[in-house]
Design a protein around this ligand. Structure first.
Ligand code: ADP
Ligand code: MG
Length: 688
């Protein structure tokens, strides 16, 4: 039995409650746990002698506890734990506040290691609330060397997570290395078991780098293997030839309420050209938020329907799928085209008013265009005549999920649908090609005419009332407003605004004359749906929300996007939010509420004031911070990579060559079960 597949509940000190917390981080099994990598390390590699401690520095000391006690402070509000620790050079005082349990954990005579800030009082330098760890033989994991820092969730501490990971590593022993020996040798890659241990608890910078390199290689290798297998799979398949129905398409576009931009026309033409051939298309349509990708997709779907073939449109969230459904139904009302909707909570067919008991396969049989969430790739769904698959916000899906929709859902053995993926992520062409060779790319750089750029302003706390004045003015003009908060629930730990609290406050105090709605990921799909449609219909004027509105929602009447604790979001994400407004003809505003006004965050936010195009923004951001950091945000979700940098083109090439060679050496196909399982794992995207 593979230990790695054990659930985390089977580990010591993990009960139901803790398992739920780990689950929030996507950690379900032992394997998830040891593959949950740190994002940063504290360097405690040097041990300081007590006599050398200096106030204002951070230091690491090991010594013996001479005494320890907890007392109540004079004003009775604080519990203060004080200890004296000695080493060969001297004695130092240690103070912790409101952690009385420490005095139970550590006893006089214990050997401990301390790491943290050194302050000074009249007695000289002392440790103020340092991290501590008893030394019980062996290596200590919290306070010596390079100490890992992980992304956490409420109620889970660094210390706990480190403990769980280190225990799991001990229990697992040696993680079996699945990478073929030949590839390892050829690329001088470190051992897997060693690398996993090193990435969590590195000996030094050098071995950390080596471990990272190996694990990054793994990610890119699997990605490339996937891409190559898909390519190989596609190369022996054909797609339906979809004729260009020029007359009808011209009639459709001439009846649109707007003229297509030149970039939209070009992209449409490129796609229609591709799908008229029997070589399966794999094309990526990149266009900034609001550039009008949906209509391009719709024209291609219409053209496919006119050929009596089906189109599937997959969106990452229910809200978005529903919105696409409504848009398609509205724009195609005069055409004899049936449109279906399939999400977890809703099944509909545009030609049927009694959707109550519709079965999914009735929809996939009857509809010409089937719109849905990842519900579309369930095992049991089959299509009548699928010829074109469109994936919106493709970066939100895993590679395999995407592959599934084209390879498995073709209705005949060797026929697959054409694939169009759409994204607002400005992926540079060089990188996209390094990732998937043979991918064709269409880019819409231009935004529709008549759009005014969104006026973007950084607002500090003293200017908050002015921001509310601006919003009230907009509300008086009957416009609508988004307010984004980083958290759902209040959290004293981080001090950031939570959607629930803000909703209460704004509803009661600031916008009491207007209908305010609250949207967050913990609501049921039905509730989310209802709130969103009330906002779309204009019943709700102010929508307070967490990140769930992030993708594609189109509400032309919304003119203000206010983002609380803006510095907590990545530039790419902020730009996505901003793209939610400025979609109609009215002047729109993006208000970035800055809580942390350090130079670094202000300068970053200033980029948004300065640049209105996502492509420009990606470029400056790249210059600003170097590829690793920037695209950490961007690539989050574009294939799900934990460690590897998509912009490391050298490593990408190495991985690609290795994948090609591997396929060449395994002509019978993928026999290796472990690698197969690994590939399946790659798809674990976390959709809300
Ligand atoms: P995105 O590329 O972000 O998916 P959408 O397709 O949702 O953008 O389009 C945003 C809005 O712009 C929609 O309301 C759409 O109807 C409108 N739109 C699309 N193309 C044009 C155009 N050429 N001129 C004016 N408005 C357009
Ligand atoms: Mg869109």
């Amino acid at each position: 039995m593979d230990l790695l597949k054990n659930k985390v509940e089977t580990l010591p000190r993990i009960g139901k409650a803790m398992a739920a917390k780990l689950k929030a981080l996507g950690i379900l099994t032992w394997e998830d746990l040891i593959y949950y990598f740190p994002f940063r390390y504290d360097d405690f590699s040097l041990i300081t002698l007590i006599v050398d401690l200096r106030s204002g520095t951070r230091a690491n000391v090991t010594g013996t506890v001479e005494m320890i006690a907890t007392k109540q402070s004079a004003n009775r509000r604080l519990k203060i734990t004080e200890a004296l620790v000695s080493d060969s050079s001297g004695l130092v005082k240690v103070v912790w506040f409101n952690q009385p349990f420490i005095a139970n954990n550590i006893k006089s005579g214990d050997k401990i290691s301390l790491a943290g800030k050194v302050d000074e009082d009249f007695t000289g330098p002392y440790f103020s609330s340092p991290m501590y760890e008893k030394i019980v033989g062996g290596q200590n994991i919290h306070t010596s060397g390079l100490v890992p820092n992980y992304h956490l969730t409420q109620g889970l501490s660094q210390k706990q997570l480190r403990f769980f990971i280190s225990e799991t590593l001990k229990l697992v022993g040696v993680v079996e290395d699945w990478l073929p020996k030949l590839i390892k040798q050829k690329n001088d890659l470190a051992d897997l078991a060693w690398s996993i241990k090193e990435i969590h608890f590195p000996q030094d910078d050098k071995s950390l780098a080596k471990a990272k390199y190996r694990l990054s290689f793994d990610e890119l290798f699997l990605l490339q293997l996937e891409a190559q297998l898909m390519k190989q799979g596609l190369s022996i398949k054909t797609a339906k030839m979809i004729d260009f129905k020029g007359e009808e398409i011209r009639r459709f576009t001439s009846q649109l309420p707007f003229d297509l931009t030149a970039a939209q026309k070009k992209a449409t033409w490129e796609i229609l050209q591709d799908i008229s051939s029997k070589k399966p298309m794999t094309r990526l349509l990149e266009g900034d938020v609001g550039s009008g990708k949906t209509i391009v997709a719709m024209i291609c779907a219409l053209n496919t329907s006119l050929n009596f073939n089906q189109t599937a449109v997959m969106a990452p969230t229910e809200i978005l799928a529903k919105q696409h459904y409504n848009t398609f139904v509205k724009f195609l009302a005069d055409w004899p085209i049936k449109i279906g909707l399939i999400t977890a909570s809703e099944k509909k067919l545009s030609s049927r008013s009694d959707s109550k008991r519709l079965k999914v396969n009735e929809i996939t049989e009857a509809a010409d265009i089937i719109i849905g969430t990842h519900a579309l790739i369930q095992e049991k769904i089959t299509f009548r005549d699928l010829a074109l698959t469109i994936i919106d916000e493709q970066h939100r899906f895993g590679v395999l999920q995407r592959g599934e929709l084209i390879i498995k859902k073709g209705n005949q053995e060797n026929i697959v649908p054409h694939l169009l993926s759409m994204t607002a992520t400005p992926i540079p062409r060089t990188m996209a090609l390094a990732l998937y060779d043979e991918l064709s790319i269409s880019i819409i750089k231009q935004s529709p005419v008549g759009r005014q750029p969104v006026e973007t302003k950084i607002i500090t706390s003293s200017e908050r009332p002015k921001a509310y004045d601006l919003i009230i003015n907009e509300l008086k003009a009957n416009h609508q407003v988004f307010i984004i908060c980083p958290l759902i629930d209040p959290s004293d730990k981080f001090g950031a605004k939570s959607a629930k609290e803000e909703y209460e406050r704004l509803n009661k105090e600031i916008f009491s004359d207007y209908e305010v709605g609250l949207l967050h990921g913990k609501l049921s799909a039905k509730e989310k749906e209802r709130i969103m449609s009330d906002f779309v219909s204009g019943q709700i004027k102010v929508l307070v929300s967490t990140a769930v509105v992030e993708v594609g929602v189109d509400i032309p009447n919304a003119t203000v996007m206010m983002i609380e604790s803006a510095e907590r979001f990545g530039l790419a994400q902020l730009h996505q939010y901003r793209g939610r407004v400025g979609r109609g003809e009215n002047k729109s505003y993006c208000l970035l509420m800055a809580e942390d006004i350090s130079m670094k965050s202000l300068e970053r936010l200033k980029c948004l004031e300065q640049y209105s195009s996502g492509f420009d923004l990606a470029e400056v951001d790249l210059k600003f911070r170097g590829p690793g950091e920037v695209f950490g945000v961007l690539q989050k979700g574009f294939p799900e990579l934990k460690l590897a940098n998509l912009f490391d083109l050298d490593l990408m090439k190495l991985a690609k060559d290795s994948a090609k060679e591997f396929i060449k050496n395994n002509p019978a196909g993928l026999e290796d079960q472990i690698i197969k399982a690994k590939l399946n794992n790659q798809t674990s995207v976390h959709l809300e």
